[in-house]
Design a protein around this ligand. Structure first.
Ligand SMILES: *[C@@H]1O[C@H](CO)[C@@H](O)[C@H](O)[C@H]1NC(C)=O
Ligand SMILES: *[C@@H]1O[C@H](CO)[C@@H](O)[C@H](O)[C@H]1NC(C)=O
Length: 427
């Protein structure tokens, strides 16, 4: 009897044990599947919702509206705009890796001068291929976009009538540099208020025969956030009232060194960028980069202060403008906007809400905001395109922000790449 009972007990114990194991396996399986379901829920639903909610809740740094302007459908790449491989196959890269982001260039007596992303003013010997730093305007650390406010970001460079290099630093102001003695002299700081508004993003310049300097103050945003200006797509108050004025930016100003005086000539421009005086010094050409347009701003005569279209619906986003050997002008295109390249700035003109959201993520967004390509065009005195030089996908040259014709060659610079381009110009 006792044996039987024991066996029963033993059986029972064994059975109970088995039952417990089975329950355990079932419980673990249940827990694992619950865990996986929750993980998937968190990854697929909760996390993206939180990120989205966070993006929607934070304030946008811009106040985009439906654009007051709408760039027309981009021009067909035919005739003088027909694509070619001039920049992709025939352009030589000089000083590759030796300089960072030569945004603007000026060439004189065999030397090319430029300001770089690490806050330096460089002198490049085109013959001997040597580089010399002639000035540093800011303080280290240098080189990253976040350091710019401290390191400075020299943009426009040109020679004045006396042979001094005039430099505009986006953050610091206007400088005069003697390239022989390397004396650096600040003409004025960016904190200088003109019509109640500080200078904010000094960019392009040109110098008239009387020594007066015409220059642009591009945006209410700082240089490192320039993409926000494109996304916002506003000229910022072309209007001023008696008691208050909107923040005005996108201005063309003039600086008279003999009087140390600055005044506004034209305002209400969309990211006023590169500048070039007309031959008779009666107007200044100004690139309105996001609008794919070049304006004439009259500086003398009865039309003084008035804007007039010089060239519009360009195949790219214009930056620097320089005289060409044929009597017209070269225009550097920071990016292209032809029909089969997606230029987000232009495609989203009528979608301010999306632009406001994108502006919150601009650091990553900037990488794909502008199509990568190399494009330079030549226009005649009336603004008609007469030829174009291409690197369709930016294989050799891309994001061209400046050009200069010198001894039968065209030299290019870019705000992002790390070389100077050199290409022979056919007649
Ligand atoms: C620049 O400095 C050199 C050497 O000190 C001097 O000879 C020259 O006149 C200066 N140039 C200008 C434009 O002042
Ligand atoms: C011009 O005036 C500004 C503002 O008063 C001043 O900061 C700057 O140093 C002056 N520049 C020259 C060259 O005198």
């Amino acid at each position: 009897m006792s044996n039987i009972r024991n066996r029963k007990h033993a059986d029972g114990r064994i059975k109970n044990g088995q039952k417990r194991d089975e329950d355990g396996i079932q419980n673990d399986g249940f827990r694992w599947s619950l865990f996986f379901k929750m993980a998937i829920f968190i990854i697929v639903v909760l996390l993206p919702s939180c990120i989205l909610a966070f993006i929607l809740l934070i304030d946008s740094p811009i106040e985009a509206e439906i654009s007051k302007y709408r760039t027309p459908e981009p021009p067909q790449l035919t005739g003088p705009l027909a694509t070619n491989d001039v920049l992709s196959s025939h352009c030589e890269r000089l000083f590759e890796g030796e300089l960072k982001g030569p945004e603007s260039i000026a060439i004189k007596s065999g030397y090319l001068y430029t300001g770089t992303a690490d806050g330096k003013i460089l002198q490049l010997n085109l013959e001997q291929k040597t580089i010399d730093t002639i000035a540093t305007l800011g303080k280290p650390p240098c080189g990253k976009q976040i350091d710019e406010e401290r390191s400075g970001r020299p943009l426009g460079v040109r020679f004045d009538v006396n042979g001094n290099l005039i430099v505009l630093d986006a953050y610091f102001g206007m400088y005069k540099i003697n390239v022989t003695s390397r004396d650096v002299h600040q003409l004025f700081p960016c904190s200088w208020k003109i019509k109640g508004q500080e200078l904010n993003l000094l960019n392009g310049l040109d110098i008239a025969s009387d020594g007066v300097i015409y220059f642009t103050d591009s945006s209410r945003f700082s240089r490192k956030d320039f993409i926000l200006d494109d996304l916002e797509g506003k000229p910022h108050g072309s209007f001023a009232f008696v008691f208050f004025s909107f923040i005005t930016s996108g201005r063309l100003l003039k600086y008279d060194p003999s009087k140390n005086k600055t005044e506004v000539i034209c305002r209400g421009l969309y990211f006023a960028n590169g500048v070039q005086l007309s031959e008779d010094n009666s107007y200044v050409l100004v690139s309105e980069t996001p609008k794919a347009k070049i304006q004439k701003c009259y500086i003398s005569g009865p039309k003084r202060g008035q804007l007039e279209t010089f060239a519009e619906n360009l195949p790219g986003m214009p930056d620097d403008i320089r005289p060409s050997g044929s009597g017209g002008y070269w225009v550097a295109m920071g990016s292209c906007r032809d029909a089969d390249r997606f230029n987000i700035i232009h495609r989203l003109q009528q979608y301010p809400w999306i632009r406001n959201q994108l502006a919150k993520t601009q650091k990553t967004f900037i990488k794909f905001a502008l199509p990568r390509c190399g494009l330079v065009i030549e226009v005649d005195k009336e603004g008609k395109v007469i030829r174009s030089l291409h690197d369709r996908y930016g294989e050799t040259v891309s994001y061209v922000s400046t050009i200069e014709e010198y001894h039968g060659y065209l030299y290019t610079g870019s705000f992002v790449t790390s070389f100077i381009g050199k290409v022979k110009i056919s007649k």
